[in-house]
Design a protein around this ligand. Structure first.
Ligand SMILES: Cc1ncc(COP(=O)(O)O)c(C=O)c1O
Length: 427
């Protein structure tokens, strides 16, 4: 509830921010958010996959404090600063050696826009292929690349042109096995290249390494390998959007590592700096060299305090084995959810990698039918002090994004509350 003292201010917040819950956070620590009205909430949203090291990790907070005492802003065209150089040093220990060029910006959408500009500059081609259910941002450029919901684009046209959409191998919804879905989606991509966007006009194939907003769907490895093969055959660049799936979320530093395939360009944001605005376009340096000097940039990109936070984030993740913990706790979470699936036929699918886990609810044939049920479950969980998010075009999937240092007890707490919420809403 919004207390009376803030009611007037709250009324003036732009309503464009749709909101799931109405509490005011006072502070947050680890896996918990503490509210002004005395509640302690188990946060399995992580601010949409941002606070991967938990809220206010002491090493991250110390690094931010230290850098804030030195300088806040040093514009990248004017000043070279140590936090950025240190961040590049840390990043080179976690990204594959082939990815050796680093550019920084502030948000995920900005990074995706940068990646598209880079692909166009490097190939001299214009078109971009994305996949159904994709989410790459909500700016004027990225809304054309985002196909997860019409709300992100309706009324904002004309959309930038040169974007083509191919089916994502969403096996559960297609009613196919993973391998059938993979073969189908690859065939459709070949068809798109033969019928709508000629390879010689196609700069890049852009894909989320794990489909996020569109439903938390892990593509089959054979599909990603197929993308690499098609891209190579036609001189098209392959861009992995790791904005949500990166920085340990899936039990690897980056989700593409699960498939044994390298991107030409990757985009990151969210988990890179534990909550400070920082994003990046990383690619082979030879591609970056094709970007005309000054043709891309920004005032704040690679902010010094955000970079210091990024350095501490990577170090804390490594020292405290958070990536390994994501794998272990992810198995625990999925095992618990699959047990609940045996009890509740409404849980149609439990899927994910590491701590990027989705439970798709099913009511009748059309996915939209599950939306009210999902909403009720999320609210029942919140009443019991567990925060969960939804995803999917029809908001028919519950997404689980706990911090990567979540404990086994906290996962069990989350499962217990989820079970209670299901019992209340369904029975
Ligand atoms: C995969 C992916 N790409 C891009 C974005 C856009 O990031 P931002 O909201 O920081 O602009 C998001 C945001 O959720 C995302 O999940």
């Amino acid at each position: 509830m919004i207390p009376d003292v803030f009611a007037e201010d709250f009324a003036h917040m732009s309503p464009v921010w749709g909101r799931i819950f109405n509490f005011i956070a006072e502070r947050a620590e680890g896996s918990y958010i503490y509210t002004t009205d005395g509640r302690k909430l188990l946060d399995f949203t992580c601010g949409i996959g941002v606070t991967n090291t938990g809220h206010c990790h002491p090493k991250v907070v110390a690094a931010i404090r230290e850098q804030a005492g030195l300088f806040l802003h040093a514009q990248a065209n004017i000043v070279i600063h140590q936090p950025m150089l240190r961040l590049i040093e840390e990043l080179r220990t976690v990204v594959p050696p082939e990815i050796d060029g680093f550019f920084f910006s502030n948000s995920g959408a900005e990074a995706v826009e940068g990646a598209v500009k880079l692909a166009r500059a490097a190939t001299g081609r214009q078109n971009i292929i994305v996949f159904s259910g994709s989410f790459h941002g909500r700016t004027v450029g990225t809304m054309a690349l985002t196909t997860s919901k019409t709300i992100y684009r309706a009324g904002f046209g004309p959309l930038p042109s040169g974007v083509f959409v191919s089916p994502f191998p969403y096996a559960f919804r297609l009613g196919m096995s993973e391998e059938q879905a993979s073969a189908y989606a690859l065939e459709q991509l070949e068809y798109l290249l033969a019928s709508q966007t000629a390879p010689k006009e196609t700069a890049a194939i852009l894909i989320e390494s794990v489909l996020g907003e569109g439903g938390y769907v892990v593509p089959p490895a054979s599909f990603i390998k197929g993308l690499r093969e098609i891209a190579d055959r036609h001189g098209i660049l392959l861009i992995f959007d790791e904005v949500q799936s990166g920085f340990g979320r899936t039990g690897r530093w980056f989700a593409f590592e699960h498939y044994g395939v390298l991107p030409d360009i990757m985009t990151v944001a969210k988990g890179i700096a534990s909550g400070l605005p920082l994003s990046g376009v990383f690619s082979r340096l030879d591609l970056m060299k094709k970007w005309d000097v000054g043709s891309h940039g920004g005032t704040y990109g690679g902010n010094a305090v955000a970079c210091a936070s990024g350095v501490a984030t990577i170090q804390a993740m490594r020292e405290e084995k958070m990536v390994e913990n994501a794998t272990e706790r992810g198995i625990q979470l999925m095992t618990g959810l699959r047990k609940l699936q045996e009890e509740y036929s409404e849980i149609g699918d439990v899927r994910g990698k590491g701590l990027m886990v989705g439970t798709e609810l099913v009511v009748g044939v059309h996915p939209e039918k599950a939306k009210p049920l999902v909403k009720d479950i999320v609210h029942a969980a919140e009443e019991r002090d567990l925060l969960l998010l939804t995803c999917g075009t029809y908001d028919n999937t519950i997404r689980w994004i706990p911090p990567l240092n979540v404990t086994s007890e906290q996962i069990n707490d989350g499962l217990r509350v989820f079970g209670d919420a299901l019992r209340t809403v369904i029975r």
